[in-house]
Write a protein that binds this ligand. Structure first.
Ligand code: SAH
Length: 222
């Protein structure tokens, strides 16, 4: 198989298959053309282990090992649509790199991405795949996302792909004035997706939807 075929994919990983996924997401309310274009262009199958690749363009979350999952494409589309703000796309912080698929989407719309993962083998694998795909504007960090990245703050935007039980203060502090944060919050066992805005009158919270993410945990592993 040629290199181009490997990246574009054939059969169940082809552009045609991806277009079907894009159509499904459109029907479910993902309307931002740039976001849909990225979902069409980024090869999700390359972030998934070979045995599961035939399901890469189904709208489902899939296991990536270490009890973690790659998010469902609809959720990735929704979060990316919520984080998109035409003129404020300089730097973004992602918490929970996982396999790096959402990271690749962010890197295609933001100038710079910092992404933090607490499980070492997942960090290693994502770091390797993103480099291999040629992304130059992503910095993968192995560490505890609760601490954010003071060195690279403040951020235009923060996206969290694991659910804490309180909104982390340290991350709010790392947002630029008018910055936004998209995150799942677990309140008494129920998770809600929030869009938070750091306004001059304080933090504004908007509840978007019910969601189900893995928990955000303290410290690092492995
Ligand atoms: N966007 C990822 C989602 C992976 S699941 C993908 O689509 O692949 C969420 C990830 O958050 C897991 O890999 C988990 O290890 C990580 N995570 C949980 N708590 C964290 C923390 N405190 N800091 C960094 N990563 C964390």
């Amino acid at each position: 198989m040629s290199n181009t075929q490997k990246i574009v994919g054939v059969g169940l990983t082809s552009l045609e298959t991806r277009q079907k996924l894009v159509n499904r997401l459109k029907n479910k309310g993902i309307t931002n053309k740039i976001v849909l274009e990225m979902i069409k262009n980024i090869p999700r199958h390359l972030f998934i282990e070979t045995a599961l690749r035939n399901r890469a363009y189904d709208d489902v979350s899939l296991p990536i090992g270490y009890s973690q999952t790659i998010s469902q494409p609809y959720i990735v589309g929704k979060m990316t649509q919520l984080i998109y703000e035409k003129d404020n796309m300089h730097n973004v912080l992602e918490i929970g790199t996982g396999c790096g698929y959402q990271t690749a989407i962010l890197a295609s719309i933001f100038k710079n991405v910092i992404t933090i993962e607490r499980i070492k083998p997942l960090y290693d694998r994502a770091n390797k795949s993103l480099k291999k795909m040629g992304f130059k504007n992503i910095k993968c960090v192995f560490g505890d996302g609760f601490k954010g990245s003071t060195k690279n703050a403040p951020f235009d935007a923060i996206l969290m792909t694991a659910a804490p039980t309180v909104i982390p203060d340290e991350l709010l502090r790392q947002l630029k004035p008018n910055g936004r944060m998209i995150m799942p919050l677990n309140e008494r066992g129920k998770q809600k997706l929030l869009r938070i805005k750091n306004t001059k009158n304080g933090i504004l919270k908007k509840i978007i939807d019910d969601v189900l993410f893995v928990p955000m945990l303290k410290g690092t592993k492995g």
